[in-house]
Ligand binder design. Sequence first.
Ligand code: FES
Ligand code: FES
Length: 183
Amino acid sequence: MSPRTTISFRLNGRDISVETAPDARAVDLLRDLGALDVKEGCGTGECGACSILAGGAHVLSCLMLAAQLDGREITTPSGLGTPGEPHPVQQALAEGGAVQCGFCTPGMSMAAAALLAQNPAPTREEIRTAISGNLCRCTGYVMIVDAVQAAARKMRGDSGPPQAAAQTSRKKPAAARKKGGKG
Ligand code: FES
Ligand code: FES
């Protein structure tokens, strides 16, 4: 049997030190630690449900080894915001009708929050690209893109109208189209 190793990382602001097997996946370790907000959909890097932030970058925890969490700052959806104090992206998704069955929402919020941390005023195309690895079978993506734009405006303190019509194409993300995503 492979030797287990001890890894240490921060999970939603909490210091974690835990033993793990060399072939354990990050998604499994995080869920074993109680982070059930990290969902597993496909398990193969196709759906984005298992999205987390590692050092602020959007990554897929089903494709990561647990050992790769070592030394990193990990944020899951519940670390991004809480029901009482949601992140602007989480709030905008909920208020904008962009949450239907809700399965994609935690991962979607991770992808969008990572984008807005890097790019406070993304175009609709940039938003679609950023969320293209996060599949949603319910919403058709338009309300999600609207919500991310609303969150961006709120985070910038901009109370103006949404961006111009040139950026309001109703196409769904390229990756979703390729994968046969509906909407
Ligand atoms: S569960 Fe990780 S991408 Fe689908
Ligand atoms: S809201 Fe159902 S998959 Fe996105």
